[in-house]
Structure formats: C-alpha cells, structure tokens
Design a protein around this ligand. Structure first.
Ligand code: ADP
Ligand code: MG
Length: 348
C-alpha cells in the first residue's frame, strides 16, 4: 500500500475527517438553506404555496450493490436517481438530500468520495443540495440511506391513488433496458475474460448503471394538470402498475404490442432467446414514469413528449376493478398480468 493510501484511510481521518471532506466536496449556496451541514439539524426556509415531499431509500452492499464489481461513482448515481425519481413521480422538484451511511473501516475514503461524486453528478441537473446525514462504522457491509426533500405546488402532487376508469396509461422512455443491462453485467462477472460488449450491450448496461430521473416530465404533468396518477418504475412495470390499481381501486388492460422497447433490447432478447415483452414487464429499475391521464389530454401528453424530447407511449387503459389486471398479448389473446419482479421477503 502506498504512503498516500495509508494516510487516506478511515482509521486515520476518522468520522469527522470524512464528514469534513464530504462537506467540502458538496458545498451549498442556496438562499433557502439557513444552516446546512454542521449543526444538530439543518434549517430551511419554507416556500409559500408549496408542499414538501419527503422520501427515503436504503441501499445495502450485497443486496442493492456490489463494490467489488461496480464503480463507487455508479453506485452513488443509481442511489441518487432512485431518490430523485420518487420526487419526479410525485410531480415535484427535488431540493435537498440527507445521506446516512455505515461504512466498514476497510473501505478507502477515496471510494466514499467517489460515491458522493456519482450522487452529486446525478443531483446536479436539478441543483439538489446536501444538507446533512449521519455516519457510522459497520462491522461487515456498507449501508447507505438517502433521504430526499422536494417541493410541489400545494395540493397538486401526483399520487398512486388518483387513476380513473377510462384513463389512458402512459410510460416514458423505453422499458426493460435496465433489466437487460443487469443480466449482461451478471454474465460478465461470471466469465470475465471473454467479455467485450457490443454497442447494443453497452447501451443496455448504461441504461442500468446510469438511469435518468424524469423530473421535468413529472413537473410538466403537474403544471398542466394532465395526470390523474403516477408512479416511477422501480419494481417492474407489471408490479408498479399493480400498485396504482390497488391504491386507486381499479383494474387495468396493458397492450403488450404498445410497450416501448428499444431496438437494443429487442436485439438482446433475440440473441438470448428471451421474450422482450417479458423483460419489459418484469424488469425493475428503469426509473421511467408511468402515469394515467384522461383520454381528452392525449394531444397535450404528446406535446410534453415533444417538448422534453423523451418518448411517451400509451400502453393501455384503466378498467373497472372487476376487470382485474390483464395483458393483451401481441396476437390478441388476453391473460392475467403476471408479476415476477423482485420482492425482498419473497411473498407478493
Ligand atoms: P450528531 O452527533 O448530531 O449526529 P454528527 O456529528 O453526526 O451530528 O454530524 C455533524 C454534521 O454532519 C451534521 O450536520 C450532519 O447532518 C452532518 N453529517 C454527518 N454525516 C454525514 C454524511 N454522511 N453526509 C452528509 N452530512 C453528514
Ligand atoms: Mg451523527
């Protein structure tokens, strides 16, 4: 170990040295922050006519990320986007971030700083400020918890419970890419030497490692009062649309043919003898938005797509609860919408 890396160890710099470095790396300038990092609590000014959105997520080494095979920067980016996307799904603007972590002493501070760099990069386009957190040692695995504070026009947040019978169901971007990207990365870690990804595979890996939060679309849906309900795609499309149905007490019909699939996903599915529609329905972590809107707003929804240069596709319709949750297969047959997405405790 070189001298500089010996000096740059958690044992040497300690908890407060690490916090100081992280604070320096992400200095704040917002006039809305009265006091950021450094006191027992942050002090924030409140904004008239706005409501706060607060959401938290945990990321556990060995469950959500693997520092042996993933760059710390990418881990930070994905964790950040998972948080930002929750605010996007409510139609809000992300403002502040709190980062709590428990770190095994073996992890070099450089890796923590890189993880924060990825987080900061993900937050930069929406000017999110780091306002606090907590730091602890951990006996074996790294643990990360992010709390995002956002803001939305009072009483206009998009929820999971607003969907109405007859609404169109829309999804942004393309779906299933992240699932395919993860599969490619898993294959790579099993046979390291033979891996040289094609252009399509690189695209899919990037979609997994560097997802994009759809903040601007969420905000436009709120500003223009277009959507009745929204959710971000984190568990998998079929599960996530199921959450909207349960909260809204409605049924759904998804048209398999209408799912927006990238050409790269189709190529990957062909090569690996997989069904691209299944990859799109069951794959998680796309962080695209799924929302419902009355049919009369169709043109205005397409305008949002044109303005943001992000595809928005109508993939089905909200039905009465008695209809259940159904999938229309490309050949026209209908079947129950199956859910195979990841569930931490195994049950559904
Ligand atoms: P306390 O003893 O009240 O928990 P700390 O000494 O842990 O306070 O934290 C000091 C300051 O540093 C606080 O403002 C806290 O929010 C901030 N902080 C601690 N850990 C982190 C972290 N990992 N990322 C960002 N800010 C942090
Ligand atoms: Mg503390």
């Amino acid at each position: 170990m070189s001298q500089s890396s010996t000096r740059d160890s958690l044992k040497t710099i300690g908890e407060f040295g690490l916090i100081r470095q992280l604070k320096q790396q992400w200095s704040t300038s917002s006039p809305w922050i009265v006091k950021g990092i450094g006191d027992d609590a942050a002090i924030l000014k409140t904004r008239q006519g706005q409501q706060l959105l607060i959401s938290t997520d945990v990321f556990i080494e060995g469950v959500h990320f693997d520092l042996a095979s993933q760059a710390p920067k990418d881990v930070g980016w994905r964790a950040g986007v998972a948080n930002l996307s929750d605010v996007a799904a409510m139609g809000g603007s992300p403002l502040y971030l709190l980062v709590s972590m428990a770190v095994p002493v073996r992890i070099p501070p450089k890796n923590i700083r890189e993880l924060y760099r990825g987080l900061k990069d993900a937050c930069a386009p929406c000017h999110v400020e780091l306002i606090g957190g907590d730091t602890s040692s951990s006996p074996s695995h790294m643990f990360l918890s992010l709390t995002i504070v956002g803001s939305v026009r009072a009483n206009r947040a998009l929820t999971r419970h607003g969907a109405e019978v007859g609404d169109h169901i829309y999804v942004t971007g393309t779906v299933g890419d992240s699932n395919a990207g993860l599969r490619i990365l898993q294959t790579r870690s099993n046979n390291l030497r033979r891996f040289s990804p094609s252009t399509a595979e690189k695209f899919l890996i990037r979609r997994h490692v560097r997802p994009t939060p759809r903040i601007r679309i969420g905000r436009l849906l709120v500003d223009r009062k277009l959507a009745h309900a929204a959710i971000d795609l984190s568990d998998g499309l079929s599960s996530d649309v199921g959450h909207v149905c349960e909260e809204s007490q409605v049924g759904v019909e998804i048209r398999g043919k209408a799912l927006p699939l990238s050409s790269q996903l189709r190529a990957f599915a062909r090569q690996n003898n997989l069904d691209p529609m299944e990859l799109a329905l069951q794959g998680g972590e796309d962080y695209e938005l799924l929302f419902t809107a009355p049919a009369k707003h169709h043109q205005k929804v397409l305008n949002v797509s044109r303005q943001t240069k992000v595809p928005i596709s109508c993939i089905g319709e909200i039905k009465p609860k008695t209809f259940g949750q159904q999938l229309e297969l490309p050949e026209g047959r209908k079947q129950k919408l199956a859910k195979k997405s990841f569930n931490h405790f195994g049950n559904r």
